[in-house]
Design a protein around this ligand. Structure first.
Ligand SMILES: [Cu+2]
Length: 173
């Protein structure tokens, strides 16, 4: 009955899925070759199980309301909450708040998000969207598609002022 519709939807979906899986396959291949290099360098270290970033000094311990001053010293960036918590493999949603260094909320800023796996040299293939909320900003989806160390850099611009802060977490397998 609704066969033509169903069919065209399927075609569109599978083409989209194909593009996404091709992108992921490429990313995974580049990751795996990097990982092979690093495990060769780590030959003899048999304890590299799991995410490989457990205990990494670059990784931050997640807790709600994790706040830091940006690298330019202009804004404070508060990660109010990650869902799921701590940040996990797959899609994550972050609630953010921005304030000046006196603690006054900064609303109406333009936020942008950059994802990076520093050890693999790639980002997430999915761009996160920032949506203003009543008390801050929602960042979603943060698609952290593989386990390992992820660095999420939030940049904010309000009027002539701009700043950015990076949050780095070890994502478990
Ligand atoms: Cu990776």
């Amino acid at each position: 009955m609704q066969r033509p519709n169903h069919k065209s939807r399927t075609v569109r979906c599978s083409r989209h899925a194909w593009l996404r899986s091709a992108a992921l396959a490429w990313l995974l291949a580049s990751c795996q070759s990097k990982r092979a290099e690093s495990s060769m360098q780590d030959a003899g270290n048999a304890s590299d199980a799991g995410a490989g970033c457990v205990g990494d000094p670059r990784a931050e311990n997640y807790s709600a309301n994790l706040e830091k001053t940006g690298t330019a010293g202009v804004f404070n960036f508060r990660l109010v909450e990650s869902t799921p918590a701590p940040p996990a493999k797959g899609n994550n949603t972050w609630r953010m708040q921005l304030s000046d260094l006196a603690g006054n909320p900064v609303s109406g800023a333009t936020l942008s998000v950059r994802t990076l796996m520093p050890d693999h040299g790639h980002a997430s293939p999915v761009a996160a969207t920032v949506t203003p909320t009543t008390d801050g900003y929602q960042v979603a989806p943060l698609y952290l598609f593989m386990s390992g160390l992820w660095q999420v850099t939030i940049s904010a611009k309000a009027g002539a002022q701009s700043d950015s802060a990076a949050f780095t977490f070890c994502v478990a397998p």
